[in-house]
Design a protein around this ligand. Structure first.
Ligand code: SF4
Ligand code: SF4
Ligand code: SF4
Ligand code: FES
Length: 950
């Protein structure tokens, strides 16, 4: 628990190598060169009054409240904009300074509504504090002059209110939007008395370019910009530091609380992944956690056509266990399995895989990473030796060339995108490879040097042609390769990519990217002092996803861009704990720490610790579970925190497999699409209701801390424990810290990880062990984890999914800032105001050919199925390619996606589906069936008193 108000040192930290010693009010202070006088004073314990300065933003020097006297200097310089100098003698308090500051405050207060007692900022208003700090007792100008007290409020944003009558025009909001967020939505319009904050061209916040990150609200020293929740609820009385449960950035927040009620989420300045910034989801979209749709009591039923019946925890767990044992007795040990969650904590995920391996007695455990980043694990393990990204986020600030391929950071990883944009505004160059014109290609003050607008499904061809340029134009970092990589493998790869068939010219007809652009991009990346690659699901979710990951690793090794800051291979992980769920042994072939179940020594260590005999053969992957279910061999499934019926490809195939099972146990917050096929529902807990850890895309392990009791009475780790005990595998953890102790005991890359260590360091990037007691921000320094880096030949094999006369367009999918994956959380928040439906984006040319206008209903058919969405006609798309998001269940985006998958990992090929689009005026047959089934399932809930509140 921390104090509510974080210390603000006034100006940002400077990390210059040299130190400077000065005297402030007679006290000697030693600070890094470049530090402001204000910050030096704050570090010495002296608070200089301030309004326009904050340590989250560059100093601006507009309010003139922070004036100081400096020996030998004329006038009264602003301490926020004056850097320290050796031997400087600063006076922060005397009569003259006090008089000037009081004068400044008088002017502010004469144009300010004096409603402090009823103001939402009462208690944390910096203007109020400063009035006190300067000893303001009277306002000589009175309150009746020209003022802004009648300025109307802007309440357009669902999460915060703009009340310009309280604005002191300090510009902190404008600078926060520029510097922190990089959206540049705000300006100060007008001059002098008329100056005021405006969004975009004088629009409301909602209609402007604002992306609701809340940085301006956080920066505002008054109540001008205030969270609506704060206005409604008032001040918090305690706060708890925890980690966002949305995306793989893993932002740290202080949950400001009144008892068990959240007042607001404030990004933690000490957060190592976010440094005090956030996006609209983590800061504002938390209403789902207390939404009345939440089911908080266990339920059971014998058949999915039966009504749900509320059950006690004892009854539900006993029923689930007896069904699993019955199925195994009838169909064999391998007839059941489990799916772990990338939303749940490491400890919870670890327990589920332990339950499957040791309790079910097989290795039929998988996770949703199967459908997103499993190729990352495979590709990076085989080339670099470790199944994880190589850097921390801060590394991007040292990159000179940033190559983003198959990722849309401003929507998918917004806080990291803001950091990346900051680096780009500092002058780093950008290469984007994406079929679609993502926002990053052109945003304020940023323009990609190259946008390689490739055709979906041709990543490997593009990567090979980039590599071709590098090896044939003498751009290889020979010294690095010689010292760090396997020579024979490199020679083989060099010969392969050097072949004429891999040249940009030869590949142009395949990728659709002009050869000259590929050559220029390759030269830019290879010639960079520090070249960093960031990639996402646009790389992995392909039939050659693993090949593309290896191709990326090859490029980085060939150019010497691994093993130091500013470079590397950086997978942007989608969900909050997708890295952690992989680390924790969620895959059927691997124990925690990516060790094969066939390794006898490793297996023996788990057998010894768990006191059971374990199987040495890999179990079923998710798609294999579906196949086995349809073959009548797989009959029982325990699903923790995943909605496979919505998120997995070829929905009709998935739901047929679910219908073929005899017992599906769903542990979740809501009756999701998978739960409609379930026989046991175990009410899960949100991230606010439990202790544990998440591991973000940087391998950073951060604490999740309980801020309220679980609504169902049990945290997810406790539910798994109950089920395990009922199945006869004893689990008696009193706290998740004990689970982490077991993980550390059994996992070489985690041996020094503990809750105490995380609390001490704030967060830890694994490996964290005797060799790296404080963690590993940058991997592969000096040597690759596997010893020598291994180049692998990456032959381009076109996907079997080809456009035909019947299906002439390629559909690719992605996500949007305001929604999150299957939408179960964000759809239950006001984020729907920004994105209330999935739309089909289509190029004007393709739309015109089909008579489709913006907003029309469009039927999209593939060989897997058909659905109907409304069209957005946009030049973002290239002709021949259409795009949709997949956040709403009845959009049925995955009704269309096929069961093609990555050759190595079975990661589905979500990003390439051949489709036809036609104008229609009614829902698809699937949508009609879906809605009927959903309505029926809703009626089967009637009478069950299982909701959080109605
Ligand atoms: S809205 Fe707040 S931060 Fe922005 S200028 Fe006004 S007082 Fe300053
Ligand atoms: S909420 Fe974020 S994007 Fe919107 S104006 Fe404020 S800082 Fe800019
Ligand atoms: S960037 Fe990701 S982790 Fe950070 S607040 Fe947004 S959703 Fe949460
Ligand atoms: S705080 Fe220094 S001028 Fe405003």
């Amino acid at each position: 628990m921390l104090s509510i108000v974080e210390q603000d040192l006034g100006t940002p930290e400077r990390t210059g190598a040299n130190s400077v010693t000065l005297s402030i009010d007679g006290v000697e202070v030693c600070v890094p060169e470049g530090t402001s006088v204000m910050r030096a004073a704050a570090l010495a314990g002296t608070k200089i009054p301030k309004l326009c300065a904050t340590d989250q933003l560059e100093p601006f020097g507009s309010c003139r409240l922070c004036l100081v006297q400096i020996e030998g200097m004329k006038g009264l310089p602003a301490s926020c904009t004056t850097p320290v100098a050796a031997g400087m003698k600063v006076t922060t308090q005397n009569e003259r300074l006090a008089a000037v500051r009081r004068g400044v405050m008088e002017l502010y207060i004469s144009d300010h509504p004096l409603d402090c007692l009823t103001c939402p900022a009462n208690g944390h208003c910096e203007l109020q504090d400063m009035a006190g700090a300067v000893g303001l007792r009277e306002v000589r100008y009175g309150y009746t002059g020209a003022n802004h007290l009648d300025a109307g409020k802007d309440t357009s944003n669902p999460y915060f209110t703009f009340d310009p009558s309280k604005c002191i025009v300090c510009s902190r909001c404008v600078r926060a939007c520029d510097e922190r967020q990089g959206t540049l939505a705000l300006t100060i319009a007008g001059r002098g008395f008329d100056s005021k904050v405006v969004a975009s061209q004088g629009e409301t916040f909602f209609d402007s370019e604002c992306v609701s990150c809340g940085a301006c609200v956080q920066a505002c020293p008054t109540a001008t910009l205030s969270e609506n929740s704060l206005i409604q609820k008032g001040q918090a009385e305690h706060s708890v530091v925890t980690t966002c449960a949305y995306c793989g950035v893993g932002c740290s927040f202080r949950a400001e609380m009144q008892g068990e009620q959240i007042v607001r989420m404030v990004p933690n300045k000490d957060g190592h992944a976010n440094h005090g910034h956030s996006c609209v989801k983590g800061r504002f979209a938390i209403g789902y956690a207390t939404h009345p749709d939440r089911i908080v009591k266990p339920m059971i039923r014998a058949k999915i056509t039966d009504p749900w019946r509320e059950a006690s925890w004892d009854e539900a767990i006993a029923y689930a266990a007896s069904e699993l044992r019955r199925i195994q007795a009838k169909y064999g040990r391998n007839s059941i399995g489990g799916i772990t969650s990338s939303r749940c904590t490491n400890e919870e995920t670890y327990l589920v895989q332990k339950l499957v391996r040791a309790g079910f007695g097989n290795n039929n455990v998988d996770t949703c990473a199967r459908v997103c980043h499993s190729p990352t694990g495979y590709g990076l393990k085989n080339t670099l030796g470790e199944s994880a990204g190589t850097q921390n986020f801060d590394s991007v600030m040292q990159a000179n060339v940033i190559f983003v391929i198959g990722a849309n950071p401003t929507d998918g990883h917004p806080v990291f995108a803001s950091q990346m944009k900051r680096r780009l505004r500092q002058g780093a160059q950008l290469i984007v490879a994406d079929p679609r014109g993502i926002d990053l290609v052109r945003t304020p003050h940023i323009e990609a040097a190259h946008h390689l607008k490739l055709r979906p499904g041709t990543n490997v061809a593009l990567l090979n042609s980039l590599a071709h340029v590098i090896v044939t134009e003498g751009l290889v970092d020979e010294e690095f390769v010689k010292a760090r990589c396997e020579a024979a493998a490199f020679d083989k790869w060099r010969r392969f990519v050097g072949e004429a068939q891999n040249s940009p010219e030869a590949m142009e007809t395949v990728t659709g990217v002009p050869a000259a652009s590929v050559r220029a991009a390759a030269r830019l990346y290879a010639g960079a002092r520090n070249g960093a690659i960031y990639y996402g699901l646009g790389v992995t979710e392909h039939s050659q996803g693993s090949t593309a990951v290896m191709g990326i690793a090859n490029l980085a090794m060939a150019t010497g861009n691994v093993g130091r800051e500013g470079v590397g291979v950086n997978p942007l992980r989608g969900q909050n704990n997708v890295q952690g769920s992989c680390d924790m042994g969620s895959f059927p072939h691997e124990f925690p720490g990516y060790r094969h179940v066939g390794d006898e020594t490793v297996r023996a260590s788990f057998e010894h610790d768990w006191g059971v005999t374990l199987q040495g053969d890999p179990g079923l992957r998710i798609p294999n579970m579906f196949e086995a279910a349809l073959d009548g061999e797989f009959k029982g499934l325990y699903v923790e925190g995943e909605d496979i019926a919505q998120s997995d490809p070829n929905t009709q195939h998935v739901t047929a497999a679910l219908e073929a099972m005899e017992c599906i146990i769903v542990q979740d917050l809501f009756l999701n699409e998978t739960a409609r096929f379930a026989h046991v529902f175990l009410p899960g807990s949100s991230f606010l209701e439990k202790d544990g850890t998440f591991t973000n895309a940087e391998r950073r392990i951060s604490r999740v801390r309980k801020v309220m009791e679980p609504k169902s009475g049990q945290a997810d780790w406790q539910i798994t424990q109950l089920l395990s005990n009922a199945l006869g595998l004893p689990m008696n953890y009193a706290h998740p810290a004990e689970i982490m102790a077991e993980i550390a005991r059994l996992t070489p890359t985690f041996t020094a990880v503990s809750y105490e260590r995380i609390d001490e360091l704030g967060s830890i990037q694994w490996p964290c062990n005797a060799a790296h007691p404080t963690g590993t921000p940058t991997m592969h320094i000096g040597e690759f984890v596997r010893g020598k880096g291994k180049f692998l030949v990456t032959e381009y094999v076109p996907t079997a999914e080809k456009v035909t006369q019947k299906y002439p367009l390629l559909l690719t999918t992605g996500r949007i800032l305001s929604q999150y994956n299957v939408g179960a959380q964000t759809r239950r928040t006001e984020n729907n105001l920004w994105h209330g439906e999935d739309r089909l984006e289509i190029h004007p040319h393709d739309a015109e050919e089909r008579g489709i206008a913006d907003g029309d209903w469009v039927g999209i058919g593939s060989r897997a199925g058909e659905t109907v969405l409304r069209a957005t006609v946009t030049e973002r798309m290239q002709p021949g390619v259409v795009y949709t998001t997949f956040h709403f269940p009845d959009s049925g985006a995955n009704v269309i996606t096929t069961d093609n998958s990555d050759w190595a990992t079975n990661c589905p090929e979500y990003k390439v589906t051949a489709v036809q689009a036609t104008r229609v005026n009614q829902p698809s047959d699937w949508q009609r069936r879906f809605r009927e089934f959903r309505d029926t399932q809703e009626t089967l809930l009637h009478g069950a008193d299982v909701f959080a509140a109605k």
